[in-house]
Design a protein around this ligand. Structure first.
Ligand SMILES: Nc1ncnc2c1ncn2[C@@H]1O[C@H](COP(=O)(O)OP(=O)(O)OP(=O)(O)O)[C@@H](O)[C@H]1O
Ligand SMILES: [Mg+2]
Length: 285
C-alpha cells in the first residue's frame, strides 16, 4: 500500500491543567491518549465517538491549533509535530478545518466575494479581476450562483452557508479536510445535499477527509473506514462495512445498539434524499 498522506503516532494531548496558588491545583484532562491512525489519500475516515471522547481535540492537534504533549504527526511521511503553533500551522497548510458553525469564519460586514478573494490575496494572487474569476468559479463548483459573491453572510440559508465556507476553504487548495460534524444543525434533506456535495468535491478536488461525526447512519454510508474513539483512545478501527457488521469492541457494540440505523450503503451517486428521509424516520421512530 502507498504511504499514508497523514499519520498520527501515539499522540497524547493534555488539556486544562492549572497550577494553583491559593486555589488547589487542577489536574489536566488527557483529552487524547496514545492515538495512532493513518489517513490514506482519497479516503474518507470517520472518527466516531460520544461527546467528550476527544474527537475535536484530536482534529485541532492534527491542524496545529493545539500542541501535542507526546507523539508524532507525519504529513507525507515528514514530521510536523513539536513546532511552535504559528510554524506548525504553516507547515500544515494542506490540512484545513471545516467548522460546524459555517458562518464563524465569515466577516458579517464583507460580501462573501470579498471574503473569498481575500484568501487568494493572502496567497499572493495580485490580479483583482483574476481573483474574482476564481471566486466565481469556486462558488459555481459548490453549487451556488456566482452572482451570490455580492451577497452578505446573513443573506444565505444554513445549507448555503456550508457551501460558502467550503468554497472559502477550497480556494486555499487543501489536500485534507477535517470535517467536524459538518452537517449538524441542518434539516435532514439539507444534510443529504451537503453530504452529496462533499462526496462530489472529494472526487473533483482529489481530497481526503477525516470526518468527525456521531451520526452513525451518516458515517455508515459515507465513510470508507472508521475509527471509534472512547475516553481519548481509539478502541477500534477498520473498514466501515466490517466494523458495522462485526463490531469487536464492547464500546462499539454499545454505540451501535444505541443508534437506530438502516441497512444499505453509499451508492455511486451518493445519498438520495429519499434514503436520508427514511433515516430521519428511523431515527424519530
Ligand atoms: N479547553 C479545554 N480545557 C480543558 N478541558 C477541555 C478543553 N477542551 C476540551 N476539554 C476536555 O477534553 C475532552 C475531549 O473534548 P473534545 O471537545 O475533544 O471532545 P469531542 O469528542 O469533540 O466532543 P463533542 O462530540 O461534544 O464535540 C473532554 O473531556 C473535554 O471536557
Ligand atoms: Mg467536538
Amino acid at each position: 500500500m502507498r504511504e499514508p498522506i497523514l499519520s498520527v503516532r501515539d499522540l497524547s494531548v493534555l488539556l486544562g491543567g492549572r497550577r494553583g496558588f491559593l486555589r488547589k491545583t487542577v489536574l489536566p484532562t488527557k483529552a487524547v491518549s496514545g492515538v495512532s491512525l493513518d489517513l490514506h489519500e482519497g479516503e474518507i475516515l470517520a472518527l466516531v465517538g460520544e461527546s467528550g471522547s476527544g474527537k475535536t481535540t484530536l482534529g485541532r492537534t492534527i491542524l496545529g491549533l493545539q500542541r501535542e504533549n507526546a507523539g508524532d504527526i507525519l504529513l507525507d511521511g515528514k514530521s510536523v509535530a513539536g513546532l511552535p503553533p504559528d510554524v506548525a500551522r504553516r507547515a500544515r497548510n494542506a490540512i484545513q478545518y471545516v467548522h460546524q458553525d459555517a458562518g464563524a469564519a465569515l466577516d458579517p460586514w464583507w460580501n462573501i466575494g470579498r471574503t473569498l478573494a481575500e484568501g487568494l490575496l493572502i496567497q499572493g494572487m495580485k490580479d483583482a479581476a483574476a481573483r474574482m474569476e476564481r471566486v466565481r468559479a469556486m462558488l459555481a463548483a459548490v453549487g451556488l450562483d456566482p452572482e451570490s459573491a455580492r451577497r452578505y453572510p446573513h443573506e444565505f440559508s444554513g445549507g448555503q452557508l456550508r457551501r460558502v465556507s467550503l468554497a472559502r476553504i477550497l480556494l486555499l487548495q487543501p489536500r485534507i479536510l477535517i470535517l467536524d460534524e459538518p452537517t449538524s444543525g441542518l434539516d435532514m434533506s439539507v444534510q443529504a445535499t451537503v453530504l452529496n456535495l462533499l462526496l462530489d468535491l472529494r472526487k473533483r478536488f482529489a481530497l481526503t477527509y477525516l470526518f468527525i461525526s456521531h451520526d452513525l447512519s451518516v458515517v455508515e454510508r459515507l465513510s470508507d473506514r472508521v475509527a471509534i474513539m472512547h475516553l481519548g483512545k481509539i478502541v477500534e478501527t477498520g473498514f466501515a462495512r466490517d466494523v458495522f457488521a462485526r463490531p469487536l469492541h464492547s464500546y462499539t457494540r454499545e454505540l451501535l445498539n444505541a443508534a437506530p440505523r438502516l441497512t444499505g450503503r453509499r451508492t455511486s451517486d451518493g445519498l438520495s434524499a429519499v434514503q436520508t428521509a427514511s433515516v430521519g424516520a428511523a431515527r424519530r421512530a
